[in-house]
Ligand binder design. Structure first.
Ligand code: CU
Length: 504
């Protein structure tokens, strides 16, 4: 928040949030952010001169551009001209200061995925703010109270699919691990047509293209051989913006200890990731630390992040495979020592061992207890449902009013400050749903009903499989209106969303 008052010692974020109405409400979508509900200081408190405006650490010029990562020119919406957009990198405890310039003739927003932000910085149009209008600028400022691997993306329409997305890394103020290189691996799916046509094509309201011809025969299953159904059969996938034919590469040395920040920034794709000849040691999930656990590979649902440590054990060339579940395609990058090949190994990886050596949620444990503070328990049973004939998706039987669900009327899920909120997901569909909650971390229980578990991992996104029941719980300590939705963008656009609303 770029107000002079904010730069004087004031209440902590938590105190400001408890105070609720005392926090300045910021009018977004205008040139600069102005507090609108704070009385001006009295004449004798007024400083003698206006303080200098805070400088942004990052400037995002959001623009429309034609790009061709797969060789086919396609309209994109990009931050500073690249997909993924400029990497945000801070250290825990810093102040976030970013200037967003919407240079386009259409509105947009930017959401900071996994960040514990004041509600009005959350970037969801219609819930926390007006969209950033055509040719408008917004300055955003908030304290960074966490560390880990996150990302940002548009929450306006289907712009995320068109490239408005990027990594957002927060280094620990006291790092728990030593490593030689800190490497961001941002994986996405790429569509060589307008995403606006996808749902009408699935609904047979428009001529179908290859992108909606699913399922794919022989598509890679979920580990354990659960068939993985897909919505979109993409023409290709990108790793740090590069396709498998012109791959992302990085030179490393034998003995290097690498921290790979694996971020699934895709729109409708789960990736199964492995590094050839190397085991992965998972140290964080969704930005939060976990007890280190080894795995041959890791499935990363849409919007999830895994931080892994890897020590390069010999000289050579090692392919980083990211297989798109439900398809026979992958994207791959290469970690290579000096002079070794920069070409990925041909073919698809083969998975060895139990469930192919894949990490699962049950193997994730928090290094410290995550038991919630005392408070009234409020429970929501959320059935994840769908009407396949019409390609509509629901939460607890309701459809959220999204552009592709004009008749949706899902109401808010009301909670109180201080509640322990429990959510039981029951997936009655044939698809995986990566369920994301804004503005909070939740405890992911390893077994439904095991509320007394002490070391559940903290996450912001969890994939609920076909027929599966999963329990989560969170402490209601960040008042506002928080979006709660499936992170498959087409499921979201077709109704699979609700919002939590703090009431008194
Ligand atoms: Cu879904």
């Amino acid at each position: 928040m770029s107000t002079p008052n904010e730069r004087q010692p004031g209440p902590s974020r938590r105190e400001a949030l408890v105070a609720g109405a005392a926090a300045p409400l910021v009018l977004l979508g205008s040139a600069g952010a102005q507090p609108v509900n704070q009385a001006p200081p009295s004449t004798d408190e007024r400083p003698g001169r206006m303080p200098a405006a805070p400088k942004p650490d990052f400037v995002f010029d959001i623009e429309q551009k034609t790009v061709a990562p797969l060789g086919i020119p396609t309209d994109a919406i990009l931050v500073n001209g690249t997909d993924p957009g400029t990497e945000i990198r801070y250290t825990e405890g810093d102040m976030f200061r970013v200037l967003l310039n919407n240079t386009m003739q259409i509105p947009c927003t930017v959401h900071w995925h996994g960040l514990l932000v004041p509600n009005y910085m959350d970037g969801v149009p219609g819930i926390t703010q007006y969209p950033i209008g055509p040719r408008q600028s917004v300055f955003m400022e908030y304290p960074i109270v966490q560390s880990g691997s996150y990302w940002y993306h548009s929450h306006y329409g289907l712009q995320e699919q068109q490239g408005l997305r990027g990594p957002y890394i927060i280094e620990e103020s006291r790092p728990a691990y030593d490593y030689d290189k800190d490497i961001t691996v941002f994986m996405t799916d790429w569509l060589d047509q307008s995403p606006e046509g996808i749902i009408p094509q699935i609904r047979n309201e428009q001529p179908q293209t290859a992108a909606v011809k699913t399922p794919v025969p022989g598509g890679a299953p979920f580990p354990g051989d659960t068939p993985f159904n897909i919505d979109v059969n993409y023409p290709g996938y990108l790793m740090n913006g590069k396709s498998v034919d012109d791959p992302w590469t990085m030179q490393v040395k034998q003995g290097d200890r690498l921290r790979l920040r694996l971020i699934n920034g895709s729109t409708a794709t789960f990736f199964r990731v492995q590094l050839e000849d190397h085991e992965l040691e998972i140290i964080a999930a969704d930005g939060q630390p976990v007890v280190p656990t080894k795995a041959g590979n890791v499935v990363i649902a849409i919007a999830e992040r895994y931080d892994v440590l890897v020590t390069i054990k010999k000289s050579g060339s090692f392919t980083l495979n990211a297989v798109a579940l439900g398809t026979r395609r992958q994207v791959a990058g290469v970690l290579h020592t000096q002079g070794a090949s920069k070409k990925p190994s041909p073919g698809m990886p083969s998975w060895q061992g139990r469930a192919g050596g894949s990490a699962d949620y049950a193997s994730l444990k928090s290094p410290y207890p995550t038991v919630l503070p005392e408070g009234p328990v409020k429970t929501f049973n959320i059935e994840l449902g769908g009407l396949m004939k019409r390609y509509l998706w629901s939460m607890a039987g309701e459809y959220y009013p999204e552009p592709f669900v004009p008749e949706g009327d899902a109401g808010p899920l009301r909670i109180n400050y201080g509640d322990r909120v429990r959510v039981r997901f029951t997936n009655s569909t044939m698809m995986y749903h990566p369920m994301h909650l804004h503005g909070h971390f939740y405890r992911l229980l390893s077994t439904p009903g095991a509320w007394d578990e002490t070391h559940c991992p903290l996450k912001d996104t969890v994939a609920v499989g076909p027929g599966e029941k999963i329990d989560i719980e969170f402490f209601a300590d960040n008042p506002g209106h928080w979006f709660f939705h499936c992170h498959n963008l087409y499921h979201l656009a077709a109704g699979m969303a609700r919002k939590f609303e703090y009431v008194v």
